[in-house]
Design a protein around this ligand. Structure first.
Ligand code: HEM
Length: 458
């Protein structure tokens, strides 16, 4: 008989699935603590889902043997709303699009967007300055507004400040929709049918229309030549690149492809960074010493000016805080692949057609790799404590060819935002409120993250 990784027996599956649906993080934890770092859950005769939780497993699947794996079937429901953009496509279409877009996200190109990011943070802080000291804001909503403004200005030359609230609610609704549809067993056969038969689908279609209308306006504005707050010189931004792209036969991207790609960047480019910043402010409000050290660093290194490229190296603690936040609350908490060929991972067989999951959430909390994994301890990312740690122990941006294209963009953006906000404000969680992660496409706080804004410099 073929050797198989440990895991639940068929009669235990329904209970496990019920828990996976109601509390995915707890079900993952329980499964791993019961069976170990590699778990196989039988899905259908001859087909299984594997959970791999060690850094070397992530490296093997995402990098070393990436050719043997494609995006998992679990991403398919997303196509119902964001279509076939970079995140959800595979094969030739994905390769062509990634080749086209990749150069725009090189570190050098992304650095040119820094002034637009700084301007967006300034706009938000100026707005905060007009409110009385001690105002309470929802940190998740505020950060979502900020990162939407950044994406609008830097990728699409568009002013999206007036769309903040409607987009925030639409994205939340669509995230809920994807989560609900994945739980509908029909998804395995037809995500479209699953969508149509899930209660609430009309509301989801309305949320999709909201996003589509904003995207249509962004395209129309560019066609008319009108510019938003951060318009890049002509021919420089993502929208220009998509509009100028030509297939081998000389034809342009069809309107559907254009829409799907813009929606993809619109969603992937703001929600993840916003979630990271919201969790970061929460963690800092629980750790006065870490926060004091951050304030001291930004005051000393920046002396009141916004962070430039030359400051990145010096902002050691700022980056450590952000990394630690990404470790504990990776916005993309799970990365999933379907095996296209047989393989062996960590000594266990994976068959073509199996699904493999390497969740950053679990890799980042592996007790064999991380000391006191549940503790918020930014110092673990200082150079002296990072030496010798596997590169794949920390995978908030995934890895390999399907790794995050916006990695450099996001890192500049979150450092700029955290440093500039900390220069002027201190955010405190309202007493008695303990945020809980909500497991949807991203790992965002379940309720509003109510925080008090206190000015540091009067
Ligand atoms: C803290 C912020 C961010 C985090 C944690 C994050 C995380 C990730 C991860 C883990 C993946 C890989 C998913 C997989 O392998 O299945 C990914 C893919 C992607 N991300 Fe990000 N991301 C962030 C910010 C951004 C930004 C700012 C952009 C765009 C401006 C972006 C655009 C994308 C796109 C388009 C993909 C799909 C890439 C492909 O498959 O070729 N992300 N992201």
């Amino acid at each position: 008989m073929m050797r198989r990784a440990p895991g639940p027996r068929p009669h235990q599956i329904p209970g496990l699935l019920r828990l996976a649906v109601s509390d995915p993080l707890r079900s993952m934890y329980q499964t791993v603590s019961r069976y170990g770092d590699v778990v196989r859950v039988p899905l259908a005769p001859g087909r299984g889902i594997h959970l791999f939780c060690r850094p070397e497993h992530a490296e093997h699947i995402l990098v070393d043997r990436e050719q043997r794996y494609g995006k998992a079937f679990t991403y398919r429901p997303l196509r119902e709303w964001i279509g076939l953009g970079l995140i959800t496509s595979d094969g030739e279409l994905w390769e062509r699009q990634r080749r086209l877009i990749q150069p725009l996200f090189s570190h050098r190109r992304v650095e040119t967007l820094r002034p637009l990011m700084v301007a967006s943070v300034e706009r938000m802080l100026d707005e905060w300055d007009r409110r009385p000291d001690g105002t309470v804001v929802d940190a998740t909503g505020a950060m979502s507004g900020l990162t939407l403004d950044i994406v609008g200005a830097s990728l699409f030359g568009a002013d999206l400040t007036g769309d903040r609230d409607s987009v925030y609610h639409a994205v939340e609704t669509l995230q809920d929709a994807v989560t609900k549809v994945i739980k509908n067993p029909l998804t395995w056969i037809s995500p479209r049918a699953a969508r149509r038969t899930s209660p609430g689908f009309r509301q989801w279609d309305k949320a999709k229309d909201t996003i589509d209308q904003v995207v249509a306006r962004v395209i129309a504005d560019r066609a008319e030549g009108s510019a938003g707050p951060g318009r890049q010189p002509a021919g420089r931004d993502l929208l220009d690149a998509l509009l100028a792209a030509r297939h081998e036969d000389g034809s342009a991207l069809d309107p559907r492809q254009l829409r799907d790609e813009i929606v993809t960047f619109f969603m992937a480019g703001h929600e993840t960074s916003a979630t990271c910043l919201a969790w970061t402010f929460y963690l800092l409000s629980t750790a006065p010493e870490a926060r004091a050290r951050l304030e001291e660093e930004v005051d000393k290194v920046l002396a009141g000016r916004p962070p430039g490229p030359e400051d990145t190296e010096q902002l050691v603690w700022t980056r450590a805080v952000l990394n630690e936040s990404l470790r504990l609350f990776p916005p993309v908490w799970t990365v999933e692949r379907d095996a296209a060929a047989d393989d062996e991972v960590g000594g266990w067989p994976v068959r073509a057609g199996d699904t493999v999951i390497t969740p950053p959430y679990l890799v980042h909390r592996h007790p064999g790799v991380w000391e006191s994994p549940e503790a918020f301890d930014p110092a673990r990312f200082l150079p002296e404590r990072s030496a010798g740690r596997s590169r794949h122990a920390f995978i908030p941006f995934g890895g390999g060819k399907r790794g995050c294209i916006g990695n450099a963009f996001a890192l500049i953006e979150v450092v700029v935002a955290l440093a500039m906000i900390t220069q002027r404000y201190r955010l405190d969680l309202l007493p008695g409120f303990e945020p809980v992660p909500k497991v949807t496409v991203t790992l965002r706080p379940l309720h509003e993250m109510a925080m008090t804004l206190r000015r540091r410099v009067p």
